[in-house]
Write a protein that binds this ligand. Structure first.
Ligand code: GDP
Length: 195
């Protein structure tokens, strides 16, 4: 599945712009700067595919990428921008809600959490949204290389505690480093397993 190249399909700003639901998809959510672009680039082995989510104009789009003929990887807008205008936030929250609750082919959401920071209130908001949309989600810890192995256990405990409150949470947590490549093969195997 991850042998071939990944290609950018389109950025979507309204439900009417979604590509045909003709294949399975998985989506990626996370606070801005969590390392989402880096993770998608590492997963697909395609440098520069997912642009940093703070690229002007791209931040509010749902970005679709193909991975082989059977799968879409879906990059959801980064959240938690401290100074985003309320109108903008409300607009993408509405789109996100519509997308998550209406997409038949969506098999799983990956909620990215910075290993240094753990689950924050904005992450809880997304998890609640996923609960109410009944989309199974799995936590991916990013930038694991920035945290000493001895400190990771504390974060894992915090994340496990947070997940326990969410009916849509899948219990297995994936520890990754896009920089070092840790966990990338595991994540690919998980996605493969969904097809
Ligand atoms: P996004 O805003 O969520 O798309 O985040 P980016 O992928 O643009 O990453 C934000 C910053 O974190 C960049 O400076 C990346 O180089 C850095 N970063 C991302 N992943 C890793 C990682 O696994 N390890 C380390 N050390 N830095 C990372």
């Amino acid at each position: 599945l991850f042998a071939g190249p990944s290609e950018f399909v389109k950025g979507v700003v309204a439900m009417s712009g979604l590509p045909a639901a003709d294949r399975i998809e998985v989506c990626f959510a996370g606070r801005s700067n969590v390392g989402k672009s880096s993770l998608i680039n590492a997963l697909t082995g395609t440098k520069g595919l997912a642009r940093a989510s703070n690229t002007p104009g791209r931040t509010q789009e749902i970005n679709f990428f193909t991975q082989g003929p059977e799968l879409y990887l879906v990059d959801l807008p980064g959240y938690g921008y401290a100074n985003a205008p309320l109108k903008v936030v409300e607009k993408w929250q509405k789109l996100l809600k519509q997308y998550l609750s209406g997409r038949q082919t969506l098999r799983r959401a990956f909620v990215l959490i910075d290993t240094r920071h753990g689950v924050k209130p904005v992450d809880e908001e997304i998890m609640k949204l996923l609960d109410s949309a009944a989309v199974t989600f799995q936590c991916v810890l990013t930038k694991a290389d920035k945290v000493k192995a001895s400190d990771r256990e504390k974060i894992l405990t915090q994340v496990r505690g947070a997940l326990a409150k969410h009916p849509a949470a899948y219990p297995e947590i994936v520890l990754t480093s896009s920089e070092k490549g840790d966990g990338i093969a595991t994540l690919r195997a998980i996605i493969n397993g969904l097809l």
